[in-house]
Write a new protein. Structure first.
Length: 144
């Protein structure tokens, strides 16, 4: 079981979808201030709008929602594509290429999370990267 690339890829799919679901919940939970400084910060992030030219005046909160949505969608896209390829029993060449792209994208994503975020996204993204990397190296070489 542990020597089959499909086990590791299905595990990566599960963690990609869990990461997407957990991160999607953050889009619907409003931050709660614990003190006056945090209250001011949350208010400014929601109400202060920078003029970025061209008619764009987003608040910092607007930008954070856009970035959070994109991370959620990238995780979901990776998970659904990998699940689709596994269900359709894609050829080794296709699987190697797509999983290789996943390893690259989620490796960079993990490095960014490791540098700029906090423990839950670091752990989840790290597990996705780990399982994708293991599955990549477990895929049989050659064509099907």
């Amino acid at each position: 079981m542990f020597k089959r690339h499909t086990f590791w890829l299905w595990t990566a799919v599960v963690f990609q979808l869990i990461t997407a679901a957990v991160h999607a919940m953050s889009l619907f939970i409003a931050p709660v201030a614990q003190n006056e400084t945090e209250r001011q910060l949350i208010e400014l992030m929601s109400t202060y709008r920078q003029d970025l030219g061209g008619g764009f005046q987003p608040s910092t909160r607007d930008i954070m929602i856009a970035l959070s949505s994109c991370f959620t969608l990238v995780c979901a896209l990776g998970g659904f594509i990998n699940a689709f390829l596994l269900k359709k029993k894609a050829s080794v060449e296709i699987l190697t290429g797509v999983v290789g792209i996943n390893v690259l994208i989620f490796g960079v994503c993990f490095a960014v999370m490791l540098t700029f975020t906090f423990l839950p996204p670091i752990v989840l993204t790290g597990l996705v990267f780990l399982f994708l990397t293991v599955s990549y190296f477990m895929i049989p070489k050659g064509t099907a």
